[in-house]
Design a protein around this ligand. Structure first.
Ligand SMILES: NC(=O)c1ccc[n+]([C@@H]2O[C@H](COP(=O)([O-])OP(=O)(O)OC[C@H]3O[C@@H](n4cnc5c(N)ncnc54)[C@H](O)[C@@H]3O)[C@@H](O)[C@H]2O)c1
Length: 317
C-alpha cells in the first residue's frame, strides 16, 4: 500500500487490516500537508500487528525487495491537487506521480500475476465534452496534475502490454470524508465554518462535482484487486450523481446547523467546470455500487472535523 498515511490510503489500509490482510504500508510524508495529520491517519493501523510501516520515498532507488514481499500492490502515493501543480512545484508532480510510478512498475514487472491497482483521477478527462463521462472518452487533462496522473496510467498500460503486469487503473472522482486533505474544498469549508469564518469559493459555485465518499472508493479499490477480467483496463469510480458546490454548501449549512457565509474568489486555473462519472463499467466488472449519500458522507466529515478541532483547537484558526 503506497501512500498509506494519506487520506484515502489510510482508510484502505484499515479496511484490509480489519479483514485479516497483512499490509506493508509505504509513505514518505511529503510536504503537501502536515506530517502530524498524516501520522494521525495511521494511528489506528499502527495498533495492528499485521501492519508494517516502511517510511521510504518511492522515487528513490529500487523497490524490488519491497514489491517482492507482497502479493499485490495498491499504488495510492502521489502529489495530489490541481492548483499547486503549476509553476515550480511541477517538479514534485513529475517526481511523485510519474517517476515513483515507474519505479514501482519496474519492480512489479518481475512478478507477473501480481495485481497492481493504480489510483488515477477524473482530472485525466479535463473539460469533459460529455457528462457523465465514459472511460472511452479521449483524455485531455486541463492541469499539469492531470497530465502526470495520465502519464501514470500510460505507464501502467505499457508495463501491462510489455511485461504482463496485472495493472488496473481507477479514476477517482472528488473523494471526501473523514481525513480529507486540508487543501480540498469540503475540508476547507468545515475548517472555516468551525472557526466562524466565511467559506472561500473559487468561481461562482455553479461548478459541479461527482463527490465520492471514501468508503465507496475503498470498496471499488478492493474489488479491483480481486475481480477477474479487469487488468489492462480503466474504471471510473464516482459517487453516482453531480452536485454544484453551492448545493453542497447549502447541505453543510443544514447539517451543521450553522449560518454559513461565503466569500467568492476567482476561478482557479486548472479547475474544470464539471465532472461526472459514468460508473456502468465499474458496476459491471467490479460490482461497484456507491452506497453513501452526500448528506450521510458530509455529516461524517463534519463530525470528524468537529472532533479534530476538539482534539487540537489550534487547527480551527
Ligand atoms: N482525494 C481525491 O479526491 C482524489 C481524486 C482523484 C485521485 N486521487 C488519487 O488518490 C491517491 C490518494 O490521494 P489522497 O487524496 O489520499 O492524497 P494524500 O496526499 O492524502 O495521500 C498521498 C500520500 O502519498 C504520499 N507520497 C507522495 N509521494 C510519495 C513518494 N514519492 N513516496 C512515498 N510516499 C509518497 C504522501 O506523503 C501522502 O501521504 C493519489 O494517487 C491521488 O492522485 C485522489
Amino acid at each position: 500500500m503506497t501512500g498509506c498515511a494519506g487520506f484515502i490510503g489510510s482508510h484502505l489500509t484499515e479496511a484490509l487490516l480489519a479483514d485479516g490482510i497483512e499490509v506493508l504500508g509505504v509513505d514518505c510524508f511529503n510536504d503537501n500537508y502536515g506530517r502530524a495529520q498524516k501520522l494521525r491517519n495511521i494511528d489506528i493501523a499502527r495498533d495492528w500487528d499485521a501492519f508494517e510501516f516502511v517510511p521510504i520515498d518511492l522515487a528513490r532507488g529500487s523497490l524490488d525487495d519491497l514489491v517482492g514481499e507482497c502479493d499485490m500492490t495498491f499504488h495510492l502515493a502521489a502529489e495530489p491537487g490541481v492548483r499547486p501543480s503549476w509553476g515550480q512545484r511541477f517538479e514534485l508532480y513529475t517526481r511523485n506521480n510519474v517517476l515513483a510510478t515507474q519505479h514501482l512498475l519496474e519492480a512489479a514487472k518481475h512478478r507477473p500475476g501480481q495485481r497492481f491497482v493504480y489510483a488515477s483521477s477524473s482530472s485525466v478527462y479535463g473539460q469533459a465534452e460529455k457528462l457523465p463521462t465514459h472511460e472511452s472518452a479521449t483524455p485531455a487533462p486541463f492541469s499539469p496534475y492531470g497530465i502526470t496522473k495520465l502519464s501514470g496510467e500510460h505507464l501502467c498500460d505499457a508495463y501491462h502490454a510489455n511485461y504482463g503486469v496485472e495493472s488496473v487503473v481507477l479514476r477517482f472522482f472528488s473523494v471526501y470524508g473523514p481525513r480529507q486533505r486540508p487543501d480540498m474544498a469540503f475540508s476547507r469549508f468545515c475548517t472555516a465554518a468551525l472557526a466562524g469564518l466565511a467559506l472561500e469559493v473559487m468561481g461562482d459555485g455553479g461548478q459541479t462535482r461527482d463527490f465520492t465518499f471514501v468508503d465507496d472508493v475503498v470498496a471499488a479499490t478492493r474489488a479491483a484487486a480481486a475481480a477477474p477480467g479487469v487488468t489492462g483496463r480503466a474504471f471510473n469510480v464516482g459517487g453516482g450523481s453531480r452536485t454544484t458546490l453551492n448545493e453542497a454548501i447549502g447541505l453543510l449549512g443544514e447539517l451543521s446547523g450553522r449560518g454559513l457565509s461565503v466569500r467568492r474568489r476567482e476561478r482557479q486555473r486548472g479547475d474544470v467546470r464539471d465532472t461526472g462519472a459514468d460508473i456502468a463499467a465499474a458496476a459491471q466488472a467490479l460490482g461497484y455500487a456507491p452506497k453513501v449519500t452526500l448528506s450521510e458522507g458530509l455529516t461524517a466529515q463534519w463530525e470528524w472535523a468537529e472532533a479534530e478541532l476538539a482534539r487540537s483547537p489550534a487547527r480551527g484558526g
